[in-house]
Each structure stands twice: as C-alpha cells, then as structure tokens.
Write a protein that binds this ligand. Structure first.
Ligand code: WQD
Length: 351
C-alpha cells in the first residue's frame, strides 16, 4: 500500500478524492485546518467504507493543522519515515477559493494559498518527496476569446484567487527546472465541479451562503432561499445567461487518481491538464435540468451581472483524456440527481 499526503482532504473535492484513493487501497495522511471544511466528513467516509465492507479508518491518519505551520508539515513527513511508510506523493487541495473574497481580502489569499504551498514544497524537498498533483483552476485563463480553453490558451488571471493559483503553478515549474527535472508534477485546472457521491453521505458543504450556482440552486429547491438570482440575462450566449463546464465531483476525483497513477508510472514531467467535460451548460439550462430531473421547482429572477463573471468557460479536455486515459462518465442529470440527494439527506451539511 502506498502512502499519500492529502492537504485539504476534508474539503468538497478533497474528500471525494480521498474516497477514490481509499478504494484503491492506499494509505492517506490528511492535513486540514477545517477553516472551510468539517472533520465530520471522515466519519461519513468510514460509513461508506463499512457499507462496502471496508475499514477506511485503518487507512487514514488525520492531522488537524494548517500548512502555513512548517513544523506540522515537517513532523508529518518525519513520522511517516519513522513508521516505514514514507509519503510517496502529495495531492494539494488546501487553499481558499472564493473569487469575490479574494478581491476583498487579497492578502488572506496570498498568505494562505501561496505561503502555505511554499511551506509544503519545502517540506517535500527536505524529505525527498517529489510527486505532486496540484489543485489548480480554470480561473487562471481569465476571459480568453476562444470558445474552448486549451492548456496553451493565454493565461490572464482576473482576480487575486486566480493569480495565486497561477503563481503556485509557476513556483512548481521553477522547482522542476531547478531540481534537475526530477519532480513529477500535474497541475489539474478544474472547471466547475458539482454534484456529490451517489451515497448522499458526502457532498458540497458551503459553511455560509453559497457563492456558487449549484449549491445555491439546491438550497432554493430545498426552500432555504426564496429564489435564485440569475446574474445577467444579456450575455452574448445562446440564451443570454453564462455558460460553464460543469463536471461531476466524482469524475474529478477519479481524474486525480489517474494523474497520480500517471506520475508514479512515468518519468519526471510537469503536466498542465484541463479537467472538464468539454460540454457547456448555461445557467438557465442548469436550472431547467435540475427542476426536470428532480421534479422540483427552482424559482428564479434575473439580476445584474456579477462583477468578475465572464460569458463562457468550457474546457478543451482532449489532452487530459489522452494523457490520463480518463473520461468523465457522469452527465448533467446525474450531477443534478446526486447533488439533490446530498441536499435532502443533509440539510445542515455535516453538522
Ligand atoms: C457559475 C455561473 C454565475 C450564482 C467559480 C470560481 C472558480 C471555481 C468554480 C474554484 C456564473 C452564475 C452563480 C448565483 C448565478 N472555483 N450564478 N447566480 O463563477 O464559474 O467559478 O467556481 O476553482 O474559481 O470562480 O462558478 O458557480 O459561482 O457561477 O447566476 O447565485 O452561475 O454568474 O455565470 P464560476 P459559479
């Protein structure tokens, strides 16, 4: 069994990825400050394991901590070596990810996302761990003119959050070059992850009012909120509302496992990969699909555009499909069904 360090492993994408890795028999060390997540997700992961007659509690070591604390990271690597289960690789999720918040409080984002990552990379270097899958974002592309974003599409972040993600990719590139190209690095540029594990036991758990469309729709459908405000009906798209590339969170989790397998099995490299479905969905299409699939009303009205929004963000995912031999299997209906099952089973998230 291989041991991997998962930073931010209690988060939405982190927890789903941990589940995919546990199913593959790996040992996981999860470090999470729980500033944006709940440690209760671990109990749900164990419950999913028990349903399948697995005991994931024997494969997980959880450390409540912040990657800004170098001493905690150092101890994690040293303890793993002492246990003769050294950390073979890292999946790095830990970071703040709200665009609007990053505009209002850029220092918080630069300190958490970039300083935290530098600490992690220093610890990896000190303990000869040079395999990493990094949770990057399509936000780094900004608002290019292309309909489908390729990995060589011009990178032009439009907010501090996007800049932190691009900066971390740049730091990893510099490490790769300076370390005689011995590192194995995969930057996964996510588009719009939504939905939940089919069990309805783990899912997206925004701690406050959701910024993102899908969890907000779930809460309107559940009648936590009166209606959805659609930000703009006059965009230059087929129905006037913004288009995004929504991907099922379990497909995204599987892409992380495929990326880790690729790095383990191949010689040192640095990959940038767009992890999306290549299919664009407008806000109105999302609302109508959610209503139809779940037979539930989602009242909405049109409001002004949200600052920082762009009309269309859709992946050209051909490089990821080819390199990772990975394919997103779940369609929009499954994303809506699984997300709604999580909502109705967990109206208060993990509390
Ligand atoms: C999608 C569409 C909104 C809420 C964000 C981050 C990005 C990534 C994914 C981390 C947009 C519209 C939304 C609402 C609405 N996260 N909308 N009413 O903005 O594409 O990307 O999440 O990497 O970094 O920026 O996703 O879900 O916020 O918005 O009309 O109440 O839904 O205008 O067009 P976005 P989103």
């Amino acid at each position: 069994m291989t041991t991997y360090l998962i930073t931010g492993g209690c988060g939405f994408i982190g927890s789903h990825t941990c589940l995919s890795l546990l199913k593959r028999g790996h040992n996981l060390i999860i470090i999470d400050s729980n500033i944006n997540s709940s440690q209760n997700v671990l109990g749900r992961i164990y419950k999913i394991g028990h349903i399948e007659n697995n005991h994931y509690e024997n494969q997980i070591t959880f450390i409540k901590g912040d990657i800004k604390n170098y001493e905690i990271l150092k101890k994690i690597f040293i303890d793993a070596i002492h246990k003769k289960k050294p950390i073979s690789g890292v999946i790095h999720f830990a970071g703040l990810k709200a665009v609007e918040e990053s505009v209002k409080n850029p220092l918080l984002y630069w300190e958490n996302n970039v300083f935290g990552s530098i600490n992690l990379f220093k610890a990896m270097k000190s303990y000869d761990c040079n395999i990493i899958v990094f949770s990057s974002s399509a936000t780094i592309y900004g608002n290019p003119k292309e309909k489908f974003f390729r990995e060589d599409t011009t990178i032009q972040p439009m907010n501090p959050y996007g800049y932190t993600k691009f900066t971390i990719e740049k730091i990893l590139k510099d490490i790769y070059i300076s370390s005689n190209k011995e590192w194995k690095i995969a930057n996964l540029r996510y588009f719009n992850p939504i939905g939940a594990h089919e069990s309805g036991l783990i899912g997206e758990n925004p701690l406050n009012i959701p910024n993102n469309l899908f969890p907000y729709i779930c809460r309107v459908a559940y009648k936590n909120y009166k209606e959805l405000k659609i930000f703009g009906s006059d965009w230059n798209t087929y129905d006037g509302t913004c288009i995004r590339d929504y991907i099922h969170v379990v497909d995204l989790a599987e892409a992380h496992c495929a990326a880790l397998d690729y790095l383990i099995e191949n010689k040192p490299t640095i990959l940038n990969l767009n992890i999306g479905t290549g299919i664009g969905t407008s806000v109105l299409e999302m609302v109508n699909t959610f209503s139809k699939v779940n037979k539930i009303d989602v009242p909405y009205s049109f409001a002004n555009r949200r600052s920082g929004d762009v009309p269309s963000i859709v992946a050209d995912n051909k490089l990821a499909l080819k390199t990772l031999n990975w394919f997103p299997k779940r369609d929009l209906s499954e994303m809506c069904k699984d997300g709604w099952k999580w909502q109705i089973n967990n109206p208060n998230g993990y509390n």
